[in-house]
Design a protein around this ligand. Structure first.
Ligand SMILES: *[C@@H]1O[C@H](CO)[C@@H](O)[C@H](O)[C@H]1NC(C)=O
Ligand SMILES: *[C@@H]1O[C@H](CO)[C@@H](O)[C@H](O)[C@H]1NC(C)=O
Ligand SMILES: *[C@@H]1O[C@H](CO)[C@@H](O)[C@H](O)[C@H]1NC(C)=O
Length: 446
């Protein structure tokens, strides 16, 4: 079931001489298919579970024969191909000098970014890695920088269940009857490469997320359909789904392991496991965060959860309960998690906007007790002015940073999508809710 009819047919003929097609799998634990690639491609070792045919020529020993770990020469192959692919593009971000010269790290209840320990504001532009025009990416980065926003959260996943036509960006496919494919091509992770490169040039730090709880851009459901996992909460404990999820993480981490523009790796967007014991998600966080740290000790790791399951400051309302399958304090205490995240959407949770102030205070208090920073990494009200009292609460509590949902701008393709929460660069409310608050955060004394 995991093997496509193409592979079965060719292995029946002669496995040893068959050549894998572009972007096809060519190695990994228990892989029995082709281990060499068609002309113009070579077998690139990503991790023990996955090698893939990517464009170019191997500068080292055939990747598929590398057994247990990515060598530094393999990694330098990645950065070389990254540099050469980006050097074919002309843009403001082609400078190789990074505006950020050190890795971001925690410093008590706050962070040190590029040598500066300060509070900051950021935002979300989940879509930036899916843009096909480099100038649009650079425009957003330059606007973030001139606004004084420090951290941008983006989707580092884009899972599809059928292979889109050329020109549509996707990062990983789960096509029934074929092996999962990690797309490192020009419509694939090379788009994320450009985001990282532009962030480096503009001094913006990135939170890069690996999978969605929701079905937008595939998510856990894409894995579950492919592997026959039902209900979807089985994703967290499925060996097959977790092996592929880790293969995907390894592929992304290998590309930016030495980039100082990466602020943190993030396990998932809004993971929930309704009806599950909280140990299910806690175990998954422990395993995955340890795995990422084993691949990359340079960068921080965080969860990407909404902050559910909190005794501190609880008013007994649903978000404070463990109903969605999470215990905020237990998860934040995991040693391989560097800082906490939570989101704030009172209207989606059956609460009024003023309820949000207690939510912010409760998380700040809980995180301080554990001794790690916490960020409000998504927040939004359809009445944008209601976000201002929340920002005042952020400033008066021990909250390291806040990232509003979501950044809007006017690109070559027109205005970015508005889900009702977008605040557009250059608008009147951008000045009051974004520019003014960004300045207030940076001005707050540490
Ligand atoms: C590889 O095959 C062995 C033997 O069938 C099995 O025990 C092991 O779980 C497989 N490994 C993976 C990663 O599928
Ligand atoms: C994502 O969250 C929703 C809402 O709780 C839930 O229905 C769905 O099952 C979640 N996904 C997974 C994989 O549990
Ligand atoms: C989270 O787990 C801790 C430790 O077991 C427990 O004290 C706390 O009450 C739990 N939180 C919730 C909201 O149940």
């Amino acid at each position: 079931m995991k093997f496509s009819s193409f592979i079965s047919a060719s292995s029946a003929l002669a496995v040893a001489t068959a050549q894998q097609t572009a972007y096809g799998q060519c190695g990994g634990v228990n892989w029995t298919g082709a281990t060499t690639c068609v002309s113009g491609y070579y077998c690139f070792y990503q991790n023990a579970y996955y090698s893939q045919c990517i464009p170019g020529t191997a500068s080292t020993t055939a990747a598929a024969t590398t057994s247990t770990q990515a060598s530094s020469s393999t990694l330098s192959t990645v950065s070389t191909s990254k540099t050469s692919s980006s050097s074919t593009t002309s843009s403001a971000a082609s400078s190789t000098t990074s505006a950020i010269t050190s890795y971001a790290k925690t410093s008590g209840s706050v962070f040190t970014i590029n040598g500066k320990t300060e509070y900051w504001m950021g935002t979300n532009a989940y879509y930036i890695g899916f843009l096909t025009n480099n100038a649009d990416v650079d425009l957003i980065m330059s606007h973030l920088a001139s606004t004084g926003l420090k951290v941008l959260r983006v989707w580092g996943f884009n899972d599809v269940t059928s292979t889109p036509s050329s020109g549509t960006v996707w990062f990983q496919s789960f096509v029934s009857g074929a092996s999962p494919v990690i797309n490192t091509g020009t419509d694939g992770l090379q788009r994320l490469d450009y985001v990282v490169q532009s962030a480096e040039a503009h001094g913006i730090s990135l939170i890069i997320n690996f999978v969605n709880n929701w079905t937008d851009y595939g998510g856990m459901a894409a894995y579950c359909t492919y592997y026959g996992i039902s209900p979807v909460t089985g994703w967290y404990t499925s060996t097959a789904a977790q092996a592929q999820y880790q293969a995907y993480i390894a592929a992304v981490v290998a590309r930016y392991k030495t980039s100082t523009a990466v602020f943190a790796w993030e396990l998932a967007n809004e993971p929930r496991c309704s009806g599950c014991d909280t140990s299910v998600i806690t175990n998954w966080i422990t395993t995955t965060s340890k795995y990422i740290k084993s691949l990359d000790s340079n960068h921080m790791v965080t969860i990407g959860d909404e902050g559910f399951g909190l005794t501190t400051g609880s008013d007994g309302s649903y978000p404070y309960t463990t109903g969605p399958g999470l215990n905020f304090t237990t998860n934040l205490a995991i040693s391989t998690i560097d800082f906490g995240t939570y989101h704030l959407y009172p209207s989606s949770w059956g609460e009024v906007d003023t309820w949000g102030n207690g939510w912010i205070t409760a998380h700040a208090t809980a995180a301080a007790a554990i001794g790690k920073p916490v960020i409000m990494e998504e927040y939004g009200s359809l009445t944008h002015a209601d976000e201002e009292p929340w920002q005042a609460t952020v400033l008066s509590t021990e909250t390291a940073g806040d990232l509003y949902w979501q950044y809007g701008d006017d690109l070559s393709t027109g205005e970015t999508n508005d889900d009702g929460y977008a605040i557009y660069y250059g608008s009147t409310e951008y000045a009051t809710i974004v520019t003014a608050h960004a300045a207030a955060m940076l001005a707050k004394a540490v």
